[in-house]
Write a protein that binds this ligand. Sequence first.
Ligand SMILES: [Fe+2]
Ligand SMILES: [Fe+2]
Length: 475
Amino acid sequence: MSGINYSEKIPNNVNLAEDRTLQRALEQWQPNFLSWWGDVGPEGSNDYDVYLRTAISVDPQGWAQFGYVKMPDYRWGIFLNPKEEGRRIHFGDHQGEGAWQDVPGEHRANLRRIIVTQGDTEPASVEQQRHLGLTAPSLYDLRNLFQVNVEEGRHLWAMVYLLHRYFGRDGREEAEGLLERRSGDEDNPRILGAFNERTPDWLSFFMFTYFTDRDGKFQLSALAESGFDPLARTTRFMLTEEAHHMFVGESGVSRIVQRTCDVMNQLKTDNPETLRAAGVIDLPTIQRYLNFHYSVTIDLFGADESSNAAIFYSSGLKGRYEEGKRGDDHRLKSDAYRVLEVRDGKLVEKEVPMLNALNEVLRDDYIKDSVSGVGRWNRVIEKAGISFKLTVPHKAFNRQIGTLSGVRVAPDGTVVSQAQWDAHKDQWLATDEDRAFVASLMGRVVEPGRFANWIAPPVMGINRQPMDFEYVRFN
Ligand SMILES: [Fe+2]
Ligand SMILES: [Fe+2]
């Protein structure tokens, strides 16, 4: 008998103690997870006491508790939202049948692929963010970074639970693979492009949590509709945590914009050089970062026309965002959708079968959602009386995946030649020089209640703690 009681060590609402085989499998995976965390998790952080939120149940009224935790001791739990009795598959060819409690053999390979692809993004982002703690602009921000990191770790647990519980031996192998791939590694990279990019500074981090964690929200929302009930229930709970990640991004960028605007008004200038000399990030640089993160993130939704997307939907594995709120037949066999293509050097719309365009449908829903936060950043600029507007670039801008990867498109949607692209690229995307400048501002601020010069303090503390609360103790 094992000396470790994992039903206590891993908080869970899945009766882990009653399934000895599963318990043993996770028991073997756990040390590997911890050694992965030690190798490529938050750098140098093992001894810190961090004021963290830990998920303890799925009760919306009290699902988490706050307290000081050393991150390697964080209790990464397994939580599924409660089962809805009599839940039915509500889209695709199996519409009306009871939701699956087990993996249907015919959909096994596709389901595994969906779960692995989602699971792979979770540890990837921890790896991408691992050096950021060394340059946190405040204890408040450092704590938020670590909160995001431990929760991405928990999301990995969530997917690994499904792999172990429902996919037998190949599930266990996939769970090992999730700890073996590395973000940005040449030989064994993470599965999706954006998760192999670097997140070298805090402006990148906030853009990433605003844009790329929001991709997570949309993917998880689509999986929360799944006919495979355990996947739907797991992803629903993950969405509870995801909201905080996007808050970190939105408020982080907002505070940077606020600080820049304050200094613009103090110095009565919009000259990037002057502002940079004053130690804040000029708005055009913020725009170029935005262009990069936005374009890289919308690639994550995949090719605009995809037979896999059609199969995932028709077989009931992955729905649309808010599938249940839509008024159509939820089969979509005779519906059409407009996607972009290039004809005679121009972007034009063409109609394709909706089922094949479901990646594009999800991307467009994502775009609507992300634009609204950019509007809130613009209100900060407006309030400061400055005439500058941040915008999201055209969705054909800087694409690497799908039809649009074959053309060069300016942020305003104009198709341009390669020569024009080369001539303007530095105005559209963050340059090495921009990144070097932003990096030059990064320096760790650890005094409670103090913030780096390039970012404004937040409006409120975490869990209603005061601003000068000691969110992280270094020991
Ligand atoms: Fe996540
Ligand atoms: Fe996230």
